[in-house]
Write a protein that binds this ligand. Structure first.
Ligand code: MN
Length: 287
């Protein structure tokens, strides 16, 4: 059985741009040891909030280099565009996987119609590190709709596991990842359960987006994050509420030096200085 390290509730919120009111779980809550959650660098969580009608808010143009941003929309819609000409809308239930790699500029804003009407808004943004040999790859963009996810129907009408990347039983998610990263939304009915198995060497965690669950018998309330130790393989999630949604993440650590500064995560300080130089000389493109 996989051993639980801790269950953490969200700490103080801060704004990202003027549209995202997030609680940082990685690295703040899990501790500042950047290797503890390898390959996951950052997890910002915007719990469900009511957005009043108004002009689109969000985060204006900013760069990234050295990793992928993976954005999960649970309520509301985010419009995205980047300096490589990619654009799209992340609708409810969808995921966007942007491999920034050698660098993009992008903006993440409320989608126009959502902003005009207002409504519930709930998002997760996860930064997945890239190994050194892929940090300077060309950027790519994967729009993963809920429809395109691989779906595993659980027994006894327990619910469904929607696989974004990696595998759950015989289902493989559509997202391409350069390393072994498993991301999935687990949607359970009250009393329903699902069993999981990931190697003990993986970094494995989950966050409860809706309802509350038990994990190997330990209660995890809504908006809480559970982190496992790197001990044991198996765990079972059981829903104690109706309409439960849990984001499960498990990844093989990259085990390389991590040097991050703001929107850049590289292997050495020199590479961070180079990222600033490249950003300032226009290498990331224009928007
Ligand atoms: Mn960004």
């Amino acid at each position: 059985m996989k051993q639980i390290d801790f269950v953490a509730h969200p700490q103080g919120a801060h704004m990202v741009g003027d549209g995202f009111r997030v609680h940082n779980f990685i690295p703040q809550v899990v501790g500042m040891d950047r290797y503890e959650m390898d390959p996951f660098i950052l997890l910002d969580y915007n719990p469900k909030m009511a957005v009043a009608p108004g002009p689109p808010r969000g985060v204006g143009t900013h760069p990234h280099r050295g990793f992928s941003t993976v954005t999960f929309a649970y309520h509301g819609r985010v419009a995205h565009r980047d300096s490589k000409g990619h654009q799209g809308v992340i609708n409810e239930g969808d995921v966007q996987w942007m491999k920034a790699a050698r660098g993009v500029l992008h903006e993440e804003m409320y989608e126009d119609e959502f902003a005009n009407k207002g409504g519930d808004f709930q998002m997760v943004q996860l930064w997945v590190n890239l190994p050194a040999k892929h940090k300077m790859d060309a950027p790519t963009y994967q729009a993963i709709t809920r429809e395109s996810m691989s779906k595993y129907q659980l027994e006894a009408n327990s619910g469904v596991v929607e696989v974004v990347s990696g595998r759950y039983k015989n289902c493989t998610g559509p997202a391409f990842s350069d390393t072994d990263v498993h991301l999935m939304n687990v949607r359970l009915h009250k009393g329903g359960s699902a069993d999981f198995s990931f190697p003990s060497s993986h970094t494995t965690a989950l966050i409860v987006l809706s309802g509350s669950v038990t994990v190997n018998g330990t209660e995890v309330p809504q908006d809480n994050l559970l982190k496992f130790k790197r001990e044991g393989e198996d765990f079972t999630i059981t829903a104690t509420d109706e309409d439960t949604i849990v984001l499960v993440m498990s990844g093989e650590p990259i085990r390389e030096p991590i040097v991050g500064y703001g929107p850049f995560v590289m292997n050495t300080k020199q590479e961070i200085l180079q990222a600033f130089a490249d950003f300032n000389n226009g290498t990331f493109g224009e928007m």
